[in-house]
Design a protein around this ligand. Structure first.
Ligand SMILES: Cc1ncc(COP(=O)(O)O)c(C=O)c1O
Length: 386
């Protein structure tokens, strides 16, 4: 996909204006850039306009599930299914169906983790233990009591801070681990034996569409579902069991309700692209190269910095940057200038985060485009300072 031709920005005639634009200035942290080879006419459409329960629909849903398993290197111990409501739908489905059986700990170091705290406290009224850190930091993971169910965000998309690995999750935990992994899967190695529940949406690292979430369940989560019924009512779109047994069909493409087959076909395209570039290793290599290219840009500019203090827990997908002296207004103008020039779309930090930039480095972004962005950042900085 290429950018639509930008209208000339107000400062197009500025003498220091860079001459080379990123070919695909799509740096949004969600929905993220489409895969580089993507175009809508390349999507298979035979399943559209048909029942999703017809053979063709079920076959395509199953293919999508099989490709996700292959690219994620998900072991057979874990089920993977397509559910409604994007990542939020998938994570809340897990919360609403499984929590309440034992005490809960929620970890939060940015906006999305805070969202799950709000769900646990205000909606489910669970009185969880909340372990927090400020934007840019990670809480002390050693404080977690694993007799509790534990909710965390693998990659905090709005602060650019991630967990380093799953070593802090004990193999013999009594509680379940719930990972909101939406901007982490397909970018990092995940030790699936440590994960009881994980969720994501195609709209992040794969550059797919929102609307659907993906729910991954390990054996201990299935055991919880089959042996525990929460005290609160469950809407139909959250129901994962029937007569005390797991609704297995959900993990074979028999979705709870009608999916968007167009979004499914789009995900299949992205997954085939991912598989053909070497699967998880290929995706990680692209994301690592992108994060390194952006890091090199930051290192050369004293007015730019990383919001995530510790490189070991710094995101390689949603990279959040501080800009010297910038307030919300400055960032708004900075991002608008670059958007008007067609140099960068959607790079203002998240609304709840400290004012700064957020530049997606996931696998669907091309490293050359990040390299081309550097001079444009200088240009916008100089233009606004002038
Ligand atoms: C960590 C995290 N969790 C949840 C969400 C919500 O995802 P969705 O809009 O796909 O439901 C996002 C979206 O950016 C996210 O980054």
């Amino acid at each position: 996909m290429t950018a639509t031709k930008p209208h000339a920005g107000v400062l197009s005639a500025h003498p220091d204006r860079p001459t080379r634009l990123p070919a695909r200035p799509f740096f949004s942290s969600g929905p993220c850039a489409k895969p580089p080879t993507w175009s809508p006419d390349k999507l298979a459409t035979q399943s559209l306009g048909r029942s999703h329960r017809a053979k063709i629909g079920k076959t395509r849903l199953q293919l999508c599930i099989d490709l996700m398993r292959e690219v994620l290197q998900l072991p057979d111990s874990h089920r993977i299914g397509i559910v409604p409501g994007s990542d939020t739908g998938a994570f809340e489905m897990a919360m609403w169906t499984m929590l309440g059986a034992r005490p809960v700990t929620t970890l939060a170091w940015e906006s999305f983790g805070e969202g799950w705290v709000t769900d646990a406290v205000k909606q489910l009224k669970l009185d969880p233990t909340v372990i927090r850190a400020d934007y840019g930091a990670l809480p002390d993971l050693a404080l977690v009591d694993w007799t509790n169910d534990v909710l965390f965000t693998w990659n905090g998309t709005t602060s650019g801070v991630r967990v380093p690995n799953a070593d802090w999750i004990p193999a013999d935990r009594a509680g379940l681990s719930f990972a909101d992994a939406t901007s982490a899967v397909f970018a990092y190695d995940i030790d699936w034996a440590k994960i009881d529940v994980a969720t994501f949406s195609w709209q992040k690292v794969l550059g797919g569409e929102g609307a659907h979430g993906v729910l991954i369940l390990g054996p201990r989560a299935v055991e919880r579902l089959e042996n525990y019924a929460p005290a609160w009512p469950l809407p139909k779109v959250f129901r994962l069991t029937a007569k005390g047994k797991l609704a297995d069909g959900v993990f074979k493409g028999e979705t709870i309700n009608t999916p968007s087959m167009l979004a499914v076909e789009d995900a299949i395209f992205a997954l085939e692209w991912a598989r053909d570039l070497g699967g998880l290793a290929g995706l990680k290599a692209r994301s690592d190269a992108n994060a390194a290219a952006l890091d090199a840009i930051v290192a050369k500019r004293d007015w730019l910095g990383h919001l995530a203090a510790d490189p070991a827990t710094r995101s390689k997908t949603s990279v959040c940057l501080t800009v010297e002296g910038a307030d919300e207004d400055f960032i708004k103008k900075f991002a608008a200038l670059l958007e008007a020039e067609g140099a960068a779309f959607d790079i203002a930090g998240y609304r709840d985060a400290p004012p700064g930039l957020r530049i997606w480095c996931g696998a669907t972004v091309d490293t050359a485009d990040l390299e081309a962005l550097g001079p444009w950042l200088d240009w916008a900085w100089a233009a606004l300072k002038a």
